[in-house]
Every structure is written in structure tokens, then in C-alpha cells.
Design a protein around this ligand. Structure first.
Ligand SMILES: [Cu+2]
Length: 379
């Protein structure tokens, strides 16, 4: 989980048909671009002359050579039947390690099927606008730490995520205070030219914190990720748990809030859970917060994740029973047959809740259930 990759099969094209578990309008390419945490479904037609062909993958990296593995990983596609294979097999032609345009062009080609059998549900009226910068940071003044070591952190909206000692889900569920703050900012505190060539070094110093963004149930969210060139910047595969989101726009340089939304694809945007934000670029996603709970969002490059490029959404409970994670409904059901029919399920739910309170929250909880349907109360 370190780098994005180009992949190709020599002398063949592939038909791209899906990503992150959702269908796409099929399109042909001589290579695919895939970032960590993503899936891409392709069809390969063995329609070339019987032979042996290399398939290969190479790293896409905006860092200089030496900062990543410059080799090509390979395996061989062999056609069945009688043939005299070329020796060595033909190698695929892959884009260069820094070909940002090749990756961006591939990502921008993804389109949902968006037909009668596969309708899309992209939110059109947005009530929650978020703008998150993604940065590499240096925690010590002038990049020089007291112990002489060079250290790097990574941030979302200039906040480097600190892992709490108690899980945020546990703290939320059990109402344990002091574990996290609910003031994750909707926009960066400090707005500057995010893709400039030079900055004062002081701007590289991040805040540290464990902060979450609270979302009302069924909020319609638009989130723009903006890469910055602090510490020369990097690309970032951003991954959201708990949701699939529509990727409605992407581009290079600073996001323009007046012009760029006019170019959004709201007709057939791809439905994904991981999206590659190019270095010096931006990506806009939309989703409806209809999954109550605690959801982690992070860069899928392992090093960026442990350096703090993470945050958490908490989606509050909604009104209906299906939209709640926290409460047990104890209201009396007046209809006799409905009460009897749902008794077993409700009893099981209550017992599960008592058990969760004990194991998860450390509370000595118990339940005694009397009913006309059992001869003995259940404890
Ligand atoms: Cu990253």
C-alpha cells in the first residue's frame, strides 16, 4: 500500500467495466491506472496471435527516482495450443513514472452505467459543503527536530490525526467524553495558494488533534479534496469507510469554486470508495450520509495514514429504527398480533444491547424479561 500503479498486457487492450464494485460504461484502454485500495474490473480478450505476452505493472510516483521502486513487476499470459513463443516475451508499453496526465485521463474516463437497471442517486441539492486540504508537513520549526532527526507528518485541513487510546466508535456509543473533539473544520483555517512553488517554512507546521466532523442523518455532502505542494506535496488515494461516493469532478491546480462546479458530471459520475487526488490537483465527491455510525476516512498510502492524513465522520442517528445505532425502542405495541410476532426479535435486541453495554462500555448491565409467552422470566 505504497504507490499507485500502471498496468498493461503487451499487445492487448483491456475493456474497463467496473470500479470499486460498481459497473461502468465499458471503454477500451491499452493500460489501466489503479491506486491503493481501489479495484478496477477489466475484460481481456485473447485475440492476438498465439504467443507468450508479459503483463506488467509499474509505479506512478511524483517523487524523484530513488524515492520509489523503479522496476516493473511482471507475469506471463500464455496462449494455449501449438506456438513457438517469442523469447523473451513481449513487454507492455507503460506510461512513465511521472505521467500525471495518463493517470488523470484514465480516472476522468470512468462513467457509471446510469441506465434503467443501474440508476444513479447522486445528490443534487447539497446542504453540507466541505473543502479539505491534503498536505505533507514538518512538525519541527525549520524542519529541524531537537534530536536532529527529520520527521514528516501528513494532514487533512492542517490537522494531523492523533489516534486516541479509546476507540472513537466506543466513545461515541458509550458516551465517553474527552476522547475526541467535534470541531473538525469544514474549510482550512488558513487559505493560501495551495499549489504554489514556494512557501514560508512556518506554514509546514501542522496542528495535532483527534477531531471528527458530525453529520446529520441524510445530509447531502459535497467534499472537495485539494492537494497542496507543502513539502513538495504528493498524490493521495483517499478512502472513505461506510459509503460509496460519486466522483463528480476533478482537475489540476487550485479548485475554483465559481467555475469548476459548472463542469461537474452529475449525469453518470462513477460510484467509488477510493479516489486518487493528483499532486497539485483536486477532486470533488458527493454522498448522502444515510449510514449512521462512526466512519474513518484516510489516505490509503500507509505512510501518510500513520503520519496523520486521517479524519472521522460521525453520522448521527435518524428518526426511523433502521437509522439508529444507539437506542433501543421500548414503546408498547398495542396491536396484540404485532406485539406477539415481534416479541422474540425485540427480546434478542434487548439482550444484545445489555451485553454490548457490558463488554463495550464496561457497565454492569442486565435485563430480566417477563412475558405471557414464556413460563419463566429470562435473565
Ligand atoms: Cu496520502
Amino acid at each position: 500500500m505504497l504507490d499507485s500503479l500502471f498496468f498493461s498486457v503487451a499487445n492487448h487492450t483491456v475493456t474497463v467495466v467496473g470500479t470499486d464494485g460498481s459497473y461502468l460504461k465499458p471503454f477500451e484502454r491499452s493500460f489501466i491506472f489503479i491506486t491503493t485500495g481501489q479495484t478496477v474490473d477489466v475484460l481481456l480478450e485473447a485475440n492476438q496471435s498465439p504467443n507468450h505476452y508479459y503483463m506488467g505493472a509499474s509505479v506512478y510516483s511524483t517523487a524523484g527516482i530513488g524515492a520509489y521502486n523503479n522496476s516493473t513487476t511482471t507475469a506471463i499470459v500464455e496462449y494455449n495450443g501449438n506456438c513457438t513463443p517469442s523469447l523473451p516475451p513481449v513487454l507492455p508499453d507503460l506510461p512513465s513514472h511521472s505521467d500525471t496526465g495518463a493517470g488523470l485521463n484514465f480516472t476522468a474516463s470512468l462513467r457509471s452505467l446510469a441506465d434503467k437497471e443501474h440508476p444513479i442517486d447522486v445528490p443534487m441539492e447539497i446542504n453540507t459543503h466541505l473543502f479539505y486540504t491534503l498536505s505533507m508537513n514538518a512538525p519541527c520549526k525549520n524542519r529541524s527536530c531537537p534530536d536532529g532527526k527529520i520527521r514528516t507528518l501528513a494532514t487533512v485541513n492542517n490537522i494531523s490525526f492523533i489516534n486516541p487510546s479509546i476507540d472513537i466508535l466506543q466513545a461515541y456509543y458509550c458516551c465517553i467524553h474527552g476522547v475526541y473533539g467535534t470541531n473538525f473544520p469544514d474549510v482550512p483555517e488558513f487559505v493560501f495558494d495551495f499549489t504554489a512553488d514556494y512557501y514560508p517554512m512556518d506554514w509546514e507546521i501542522p496542528q495535532l488533534g483527534t477531531k471528527v466532523k458530525m453529520l446529520d442523518y441524510n445530509s447531502t455532502v459535497e467534499l472537495v479534496f485539494q492537494g497542496t505542494t507543502l513539502l513538495k506535496g504528493s498524490d493521495h488515494p483517499m478512502h472513505l469507510h461506510g459509503f460509496q461516493f460519486y466522483v463528480v469532478g476533478l482537475g489540476m491546480w487550485n479548485f475554483d469554486k465559481d467555475k469548476d462546479p459548472l463542469m461537474y458530471n452529475l449525469v453518470d459520475p462513477p460510484l467509488q470508495n477510493t479516489i486518487h487526488i493528483p499532486k497539485d490537483g483536486w477532486v470533488a465527491i458527493r454522498f448522502t450520509a444515510k449510514n449512521p455510525g462512526v466512519w474513518y476516512m484516510h489516505c490509503h498510502f500507509d505512510r501518510h495514514m500513520v503520519w496523520g492524513m486521517d479524519m472521522v465522520f460521525i453520522v448521527k442517528d435518524g428518526e426511523s429504527p433502521e437509522a439508529k445505532i444507539k437506542k433501543v425502542k421500548l414503546q408498547y405495541i398495542s396491536n396484540d398480533s404485532a406485539r406477539k410476532a415481534s416479541f422474540k426479535k425485540r427480546k434478542k435486541g434487548l439482550m444484545k444491547k445489555a451485553s454490548e453495554l457490558t463488554t463495550l462500555c464496561g457497565i454492569d448491565a442486565g435485563a430480566i424479561v417477563y412475558s405471557p409467552y414464556d413460563s419463566q422470566p429470562e435473565i
